[in-house]
Design a protein around this ligand. Structure first.
Ligand code: GCU
Length: 701
């Protein structure tokens, strides 16, 4: 709220009706009540809700009681105050000049906004009320700067239309996974002990948080859909509608994870075969009822034939048959199916070196390209394995030109320190979004998933819960914020987004002239993901975590299990041979140049070496170090970096609230303990396997 001060202390005119503009009004009014400014709302124009009684009595144009410091206006709410008209005319002239005369009438765009400062007035214009809301948050981000020097009209539009968070929240507490699967921020904000929470205030606050960073969709339950959650689709639909009511004012639509076998499980049909007429009729009827209750419902999320979840394979059908069944039910209402590509054999024989989990998603889905209906979105994890801190980009993303593809990122830190470790994930995400599967001249991952019509958008597995700081580790909030900002503008600089987050989260301390807090948080967070990578599994080999909960080191924890996540270390070397020449052939799933780069032992990037190759410990990396020495060096360095960050944080006492400072201090103690454990286990393991001593003679237990 403190970040609203620059707006709250000024005079604002809001022109536009309807519920979302109502939210903008409430936001500004709340800030004014706190900081002494004023807001006047005029709901004028034919379709903008003037009839809903919310117009506070201002006149439609001309003398509207100005002057104002800030004008927020829907373009359709004209006639606008003169300064807003001038900005709009300028924007139209400019977009005509940019793009040629044919687009003279080009609008600002769905969810987009134009922001400018002219003649001492800050102007935000939008075609839709959602755009107005995002424009308001833009002004919040600018702070005092928004009311300083004149600024030319700038247009902002989201790169991806779907910017979604998936909650792995269970309605009923799961005996192993608890209320939130892989959740590290307390309980669910939606569900508690088998039911919808009585008090949904926090859900509304969450919607506000999401709008502030640009997220516009939320799936409210776990992709593993158990018995209680299956019924959200039918007799517990009212709960989903109640959540939708709370999120709607912030432009956030609700989606539901569904059980593919729901018709069978709920006793509606004798089968869940996607080609069966009864099954089709069941989904059509159920989906119609969903839209009666939630007219702006987003659609279904499905984990099928994956890790034991039911799917079309049981009936001899494929993923396209399965996805198209649900897409058919949703199509009349404009809904979409997010069909997850996380499909592999989780019961493989570890003795069988030819089965490669990394290959599985491509092998299943690439042959189906072109068979999915256009309201199916294939939701692909960023890497071929499972959200490791270092993986190559999934080859599926480039393999489906006739399918809408969404990129799935894991905001919840299952494999990156579980919100006990500081790990700012944006640099990793940004690398993934910038990856160009066909080489420098081709499109990047961001272009593929964000494409205006064909793109499936970005999906993040949420890291928020009922924890007072939302995310367990207070600094993990930055990951939530950045996910939304990157989904909006994928080429943003991670350090710049972090800077924004610091300013919004700690507006008082961050605004101090000495900039100490800002500087320290950058030092602690900018490269924290690199630090995490250094003290955990080396050179892209992945896993080495404790089986089950996935926290802390256990080098051989998964080595002789059916899960397909192996490192194959022996006395001579380590790594997975995924080459076409001698390995599993996974490198062949990439187009050139990457199929060649990854195949080649000399060209493969060091950080992915052990993902693609099995090499002797003496193999020399591009920086001249051997693999074994690199393992020792990075593990010592990673721990030293954590210790430095911990001390840096200690110096910030007094600059941030005391309770927050204490929470992070305690978490740093745990991070350091755990990083030391990683260092010692990994180093000791490889010293014992290889017999090669550390060149620097450091103590390895
Ligand atoms: C990981 C995670 C599971 C989750 C799965 C998924 O394997 O450990 O808890 O269900 O991913 O993404 O479906």
């Amino acid at each position: 709220d403190e970040a609203f001060r620059p707006i709250g202390s000024r005079r604002t005119l809001l022109r536009g009706g309807g519920p979302l503009a109502g939210t903008v009004h409430e936001e500004v009014a709340r800030a004014c009540a706190r900081y002494g400014g004023s807001v006047r709302r005029q709901a004028a124009g034919p379709d903008d809700g003037a009839a809903n009684g919310r117009d506070d009595g201002g006149e439609a144009g001309g003398d509207d009681g100005g002057p104002y410091d800030l004008v927020l206006a829907l373009t359709a709410a004209g006639p606008l105050p003169a300064v807003a008209e001038a900005v709009l005319a300028g924007f139209r002239r400019r977009s005509a000049a940019d793009d040629g005369p044919a687009v003279e009438d080009e609008g600002i765009g769905e969810e987009g906004y134009v922001v400018a400062r002219r003649d001492g007035v800050t102007v935000v214009l939008a075609d839709s009320a959602a755009g107005l809301l995002y424009g308001l948050f833009h002004v919040v981000r600018l702070g005092e700067e928004a009311f300083g020097a004149e600024r030319p009209a700038e247009r902002h539009r989201p790169a991806a239309r779907l910017r979604m968070l998936d909650h792995w929240d269970n309605v009923a507490v799961h005996p192993v996974m608890g209320q939130v699967e892989r959740g590290y921020a307390g309980g669910s904000i939606f569900w508690c002990d088998g039911a919808l929470r009585d008090d949904l205030t926090r859900v509304a606050a969450y919607g506000r948080l999401l709008a502030a960073c640009g997220v516009n969709a939320v799936a409210v339950n776990n992709v593993n859909v158990h018995a209680a959650e299956t019924r959200l689709l039918t007799d517990h639909l009212g709960d989903v509608a109640a959540i939708a009511d709370r999120l709607r004012p912030y432009g956030v639509r609700v989606h539901l994870s569904v059980n593919f076998a729901a018709p069978l499980a709920l006793g509606g049909t004798a089968t869940a075969d996607p080609l069966d007429e009864d099954v089709r009729a069941w989904w059509a009827a159920v989906t119609t009822r969903v839209y009666e209750a939630i007219p702006d419902f987003g659609g279904y999320v499905v984990k099928a034939d994956s890790e034991g979840q039911p799917g079309p394979h049981a009936y001899g059908r494929d993923h396209a048959d399965g996805a198209n069944l649900l897409a058919g039910a949703l199509a009349p209402f404009g809904g979409v199916v997010h069909w997850r590509a996380f499909v592999y054999n989780h019961r493989q024989d570890w003795r069988d070196r030819s089965t490669d989990r990394a290959r599985a998603a491509y092998d299943h889905f690439a042959p189906l390209d072109g068979r999915f209906r256009d309201n199916v979105i294939l939701q692909v994890k960023h890497g071929p394995i499972d959200f490791q801190v270092r993986e190559p980009v999934s080859p599926v993303i480039a393999a489906m030109p006739r399918t809408r593809v969404a990129l799935e990122l894991q905001v919840t830190q299952e494999y990156t320190g579980q919100q006990r470790h500081v790990c700012y994930l944006a640099p990793m995400w940004s690398e993934v979004l910038g990856f160009r599967p066909w080489g420098p001249a081709g499109p990047g991952v961001a272009d593929i998933v964000a494409g205006d019509v064909a793109g499936g958008g970005l999906v993040g597995v949420s890291n928020a819960g009922d924890d007072p700081y939302w995310t367990g580790h207070p600094l993990a909030q930055a990951n939530l914020y950045t996910f939304g900002r990157l989904a909006w503008a994928p080429s943003s600089d991670p350090a710049a987004i972090l800077d924004e987050w610091i300013g919004l989260t700690f507006p008082l301390a961050a605004g101090r002239d000495d900039g100490r807090l800002r500087e320290a948080l950058h030092e602690i967070m900018d490269d924290s993901c690199g630090t995490y990578e250094r003290y955990t599994a080396p050179l892209g080999v992945g896993f080495m975590v404790r089986p089950g909960h996935h926290y802390g080191p256990d080098v051989d924890g998964y080595e002789y299990t059916p899960w397909g996540t192996y490192h194959f270390a022996d006395r001579d070397g380590v790594g997975v041979d995924r080459t076409r020449a001698t390995g599993t052939g996974f490198t062949g799933q990439y187009p050139p140049p990457w199929s060649e780069v990854y195949e080649s032992l000399t060209r493969c990037p060091d950080e992915l070496l052990l993902f693609f190759h099995h090499v002797p410990y003496g193999h020399v990396l591009h920086d001249g170090s051997t693999v074994i020495q690199h393992i020792y060096d990075t593990h010592f360095a990673g721990v030293e970096e954590v210790e430095r960050a911990r001390l840096r944080w200690a110096e910030l006492a007094g600059l941030v609230p005391a309770a927050l400072h204490a929470r992070v201090r305690e978490l740093f103690a745990e991070q350091l303990r755990c990083a030391e454990e990683w260092r010692d286990q990994v180093n000791a393991y490889f010293l014992r396997k290889s017999g090669v001593p550390d060149a620097q003679g450091r103590r390895i237990p």
